[in-house]
Design a protein around this ligand. Structure first.
Ligand SMILES: CC(C)(COP(=O)(O)OP(=O)(O)OC[C@H]1O[C@@H](n2cnc3c(N)ncnc32)[C@H](O)[C@@H]1OP(=O)(O)O)[C@@H](O)C(=O)NCCC(=O)NCCS
Length: 167
């Protein structure tokens, strides 16, 4: 299996078909056109995991956005290829790319997707926040972060010493 940048329209359509046929995007109401727009968004980078001619999965990242950091926007593996390490390999691939430029990798996982959340926790991601009723009512998007350290390493917060008159 190799991982490489999305190259052509056929693969983009294959990724979109894979995405719109599965949760969480079924529950979130993302149809084929919205999924195609997500995998071909020019502000993002899409990488596919390929086994010969067959695309087994893909991942979409955005290098600039909230907090100016690398964000994993979508990751999806073909239903018949899940559970054999393709998703973990895609995440590892983009982490290497993102962490060359950023200290953090962010992603969101839906509150109704505990298996994906468990995978991210195993890969070193921690909950950083929760967006309630963000995409659809009644569900949350859990913000997760993997970090290699603070943005600025030359300073550490030190409370000022108390002045004498402050006791
Ligand atoms: C989540 C996903 C990308 C992981 O890829 P993968 O190749 O199956 O993952 P790996 O083989 O590297 O790791 C297996 C782990 O993935 C998770 N996983 C497996 N199948 C899953 C599924 N259908 N949905 C969500 N997570 C799943 C589990 O944590 C699993 O570990 P377990 O077998 O101990 O429960 C893939 O399962 C998928 O495409 N799921 C549907 C779409 C989705 O949920 N994407 C994530 C959106 S945030």
């Amino acid at each position: 299996m190799i991982i490489e940048a999305l190259q052509n329209d056929d693969d983009a359509r294959g990724c979109a078909a894979m995405m719109c046929a599965t949760d969480p995007w079924l529950i979130l109401g993302r149809g084929f056109d919205a999924c195609l727009a997500a995998v071909t968004d020019r502000s993002c980078e899409t990488y596919v995991a390929r086994d010969g001619d067959a695309v087994r999965g893909f991942i979409v990242i955005q290098m600039r956005g909230a907090f100016g950091n690398g964000y994993i926007r979508s990751v999806c593996v073909a239903a018949d290829a899940r559970g054999s390490g393709v998703g973990s390999a895609l995440v590892a691939f983009v982490e290497e790319r993102i962490l060359r430029e950023c200290k953090n990798v962010f992603l969101c996982v839906s509150s109704f997707n505990p298996r994906a959340r468990a995978l991210y926790e195993r890969l070193g991601y921690e909950k950083a926040g929760e967006l309630k009723d963000y995409v659809i009512g009644g569900a949350s998007e859990i913000i997760m972060r993997k970090t290699t350290g603070p943005l600025i390493t030359s300073h550490v917060y030190q409370p000022y010493p108390a002045r004498p008159d402050e006791g």
